[in-house]
Design a protein around this ligand. Structure first.
Ligand SMILES: Cc1cc2nc3c(=O)[nH]c(=O)nc-3n(C[C@H](O)[C@H](O)[C@H](O)COP(=O)(O)OP(=O)(O)OC[C@H]3O[C@@H](n4cnc5c(N)ncnc54)[C@H](O)[C@@H]3O)c2cc1C
Length: 432
């Protein structure tokens, strides 16, 4: 009798086999979905070349050592969802066979991953607008590896400028740091570079005092165009007061080694250029034969289901984050949007697994405002209410909000510890 019961229980369990959910990407959208999806109800497989999540709002801080790299990353293997993880690139999808074709990020191995439900959250790449020389000579700021390269390059530039035999002109050239893009990423990076030079490098390299220069270039007429115009003006004035040049209405025609070529053909010598000008599709989403908007983002319906080329939604493929947009509901490519979509979809999946007839209402975005660090313990707050904050008070809110949003307790401890260490001992300039 007992055996009979066990056998019938096992059979029931087999019948109620969990659906497999495959998630492509471990950024804001994929990670939030993974945090909130119930592992009791779904078998989860993750495909991403990046084995960690990056808390991007604090990435600029790591590029000069205000924070250390590991304090803003969350390892995927520590998710605790009994998940399968493959450190690989998704290369293509066979919607008939319901499989993702993958290529290892570590070797040449290729393999297929079957899915019942597929979540595409593979993000976007920096858009170079086909400007010649950007990939060859500019730095980007999307990943921790990028932040490390920027930090190393700034330190290298100061060391090169300290070598004997360089003319003043050569020193000025190598210590000219250019940031292309006056959006929040470009502005925050410029603010961090300014702090690094002002509070650390000028003390460590007193013989180079007065030589380093920082310039922000933007083709638009003003920086921080997505913020309230008064906040953009406040940031511009502050940058100018600090000696950071803001060159708006300026198009970069080409980047050559150690040189920027402007649209009027003038040449500007530089030690480092960081390209931070908006987003474009990555190779994977470019390749997919699904419906797309004019920026090549995957088009979805309000339930985040991907449309095929005939604009009919798949019932088993979803897309969210920077790689996707909801039809007739254009939202910015931000962590806020990506995270809210991840939360929405996980909640819908969890409810659906309990009551199969559950049909969610379409996704609605709730804007919680925007913030930007502008240097010297100053920040901007552009809230969806009429509150607009600047200065030290805004900086306290900026830091507190991001500390609250940080995912793990480990990082909630590490981040303030590094903030304190930077304040007490300065930023670490070791190069390795
Ligand atoms: C420096 C910086 C600061 C920012 N600050 C803010 C901010 O303060 N507030 C805000 O709202 N937004 C901010 N953003 C924007 C925000 O980070 C993005 O909108 C957000 O990361 C988008 O999330 P996502 O999951 O779509 O993509 P991502 O976070 O870019 O993640 C994409 C993931 O997909 C993986 N992937 C890529 N290709 C493949 C493939 N072929 N197969 C499998 N996996 C793949 C990647 O490795 C990555 O894990 C900032 C961005 C940057 C770069």
């Amino acid at each position: 009798m007992h055996r009979l019961l066990v056998r019938s229980f096992c059979t029931a369990t087999n019948i109620a086999k969990k659906e497999s959910v495959v998630v492509i990407g471990t950024g804001w959208a994929g990670y939030k979905f993974l945090q909130d999806i119930s592992a009791d109800k779904y078998d989860i497989t993750i495909i991403s070349p990046r084995n960690h999540f990056v808390f991007t709002p604090l990435l600029a801080s790591t590029s000069v050592g205000t924070l250390e790299f590991r304090s803003i990353s969350e390892p995927i293997r520590m998710l605790g969802k009994k998940e399968e993880y493959y450190e690989a690139f998704a290369k293509d999808i066979d919607t008939e066979k319901k499989t993702v074709f993958c290529e290892s990020a570590l070797n040449n191995n290729t393999f297929n991953v079957p899915y019942d439900k597929l979540i595409i959250a593979s993000g976007a790449v920096s858009n170079t607008f086909n400007t010649p020389g950007v990939y060859e000579h500019a730095f980007f700021l999307k990943e921790l590896a990028d932040a490390r390269k920027i930090r190393q390059r700034i330190i290298d530039c100061f060391e090169i400028a300290s070598e004997p035999g360089l003319s003043l002109e050569d020193k000025k050239a190598v210590l000219h740091f250019a940031v292309v893009g006056g959006g929040p990423t470009g502005v925050e990076l410029s603010a961090e570079i300014h702090d690094f030079i002002r509070y650390d490098m000028t003390k460590l390299y007193p013989h180079l005092m007065g030589i380093p220069k920082l310039t922000v270039y933007d083709v638009a007429e003003k920086i921080l165009g997505s913020f309230d115009s008064k906040l953009g003006e406040y940031a511009t004035k502050k940058f100018k007061r600090d000696g950071t040049e803001v060159k708006t209405g300026t198009k970069i025609k080409e980047i050559q080694k150690d040189k920027l070529i402007l649209a009027d053909n003038s040449e500007i010598r530089v030690g480092m250029v960081v390209w931070a000008t908006g987003l474009g599709p990555n190779e994977f989403t470019k390749k997919l034969h699904f419906a797309k908007d004019k920026s090549q983002r995957l088009l979805t319906d309000g339930l985040l289901r991907v449309f095929n080329e005939k604009r009919e939604p798949f019932n088993d493929i979803y897309a969210l984050g920077d790689c996707a947009t909801v039809e007739n509901y254009n939202l910015p490519q931000t962590a806020q949007v990506a995270q809210q979509k991840g939360y929405y979809l996980a909640k819908a999946f969890n409810k659906h697994s309990i009551s199969p007839n559950y049909f969610p209402s379409p996704f609605v975005y709730r804007h919680r405002g925007a913030m930007a660090y502008i240097g010297d313990w100053n920040a901007l707050i552009d809230s969806p209410t009429h509150f607009k904050g600047t200065g030290r008070f805004a900086w306290v809110i900026w830091r507190s909000s991001y500390l609250t949003m940080t995912v793990s307790w480990r990082n909630k401890i590490l981040i303030p510890a590094y903030w304190f260490m930077t304040w007490a001992f300065g930023r670490d300039t070791s190069r390795f």
